[in-house]
Ligand binder design. Sequence first.
Ligand SMILES: Cc1cc2nc3c(=O)[nH]c(=O)nc-3n(C[C@H](O)[C@H](O)[C@H](O)COP(=O)(O)OP(=O)(O)OC[C@H]3O[C@@H](n4cnc5c(N)ncnc54)[C@H](O)[C@@H]3O)c2cc1C
Length: 406
Amino acid sequence: MRADLIIVGAGMVGSALALALQHSGLQILLLDGGPLSVKPFDQSAAFEPRVSALSAASQRILERLGAWDGIAARRTSPYGEMQVWDGSGTGQVHFSAASVHAEVLGHIVENRVVQDGLLDALYEADLGLLPGARLEQLRRSGDDWLLTLTDGRELRAPLVIAADGANSAVRRLAGCATREWDYLHHAIVTSVRCSKPHQQTAWQRFTDDGPLAFLPLAKADDAEHWCSIVWSTTPAEAERLMALDDAAFCHELGKAFEWRLGEVLESDPRHCIPLRQRHAKRYVEPGLALIGDAAHTIHPLAGQGVNLGFLDAAVLAEVLLHALERGENLADIKVLGRFERRRMPHNLAMMAAMEGFERLFQADPLPLRWLRNSGLNLVDGANEAKALFVRQALGLSGDLPELARL
Ligand SMILES: Cc1cc2nc3c(=O)[nH]c(=O)nc-3n(C[C@H](O)[C@H](O)[C@H](O)COP(=O)(O)OP(=O)(O)OC[C@H]3O[C@@H](n4cnc5c(N)ncnc54)[C@H](O)[C@@H]3O)c2cc1C
């Protein structure tokens, strides 16, 4: 089978790209190793362990791709405030949507819900979806790439987009180099019920071992008591916490969170994810582009991973659509390079900022502790600087693709 463009990976980012190109007239194949089936949604069901804090820019992209209504009809949790504080000092910062006259800072949404909203839109758009199609081999064949699937099927196209996640097979098979390093951190993720309501606030405490986030969740039969937690800590501590029974885990979690939301009353099953930062040295080569986690994975402390991925997808679609209008060859490195030039500096800046934060909060020497505490308090008192930060986080400023603009 031959197509103009093959997107490998129909996760959140690959699906968004396919939708953004649906009216391009290109023959597109979107393949994924998974079943790509949409499950009926039950509002009172337990939460999926993986959630994302979607920015306003991501929401706008999803609205324009026709996926947001399906997401909102399932389950989303808006938050208007963010509280960040240093567990071993006195520093704290409070961000609010009201400070920039916005209604919300973002929405916490289960990844499954985002994915299903996108799949609804994809099935409606009747794009070339190939479920159960796992890529095994990739090689050049004339001007095309030849893709071989695990079941032996062969596909070809002059342009391949890698949207196949952090362990991208495309990136590996095409020999794209990456810079990567271990954070020496594991993240424990689960959903918990607290005795106090979360007040539609995203909470983050920096502990000596790493950041601990409580993100507000909304459930039909509950008054703001469920939160998704991301607890980043050393591998040894993560192993100890994973081995605890539920009651002991809930107690340790409440204590680590300084009981800000009261007792932790119950916890869903826990998952432990090793954290690794990875960044492809190049996002493009002739006939190939990397987007989303295939291009970069970032510490979840800022909840930015998929937001960066949606911006990658929107910018790449914009670049390809403009090139089509001008009759250019989409596989040309000159065309694809425009995407890399717009996205790489932004992604690198975000990754560097997270890396800096991460190191600052891990630092033990007293001057650094003092610096971060007074720094946090300084930021908290600087309303203009805070508003700037909130605007950036909301996707209200910066080099935004058309799909993400107000
Ligand atoms: C603990 C944790 C918390 C996080 N919290 C947030 C947050 O709050 N906000 C946020 O923005 N981000 C967050 N992230 C990051 C976010 O989850 C990722 O950035 C996002 O899932 C990446 O989406 P993607 O579509 O690029 O890749 P993926 O979601 O990994 O999708 C890749 C797709 O490719 C398919 N695939 C893989 N290999 C093949 C193959 N060989 N052949 C065919 N198909 C293949 C897979 O089946 C999958 O569907 C978090 C990450 C972690 C680890």
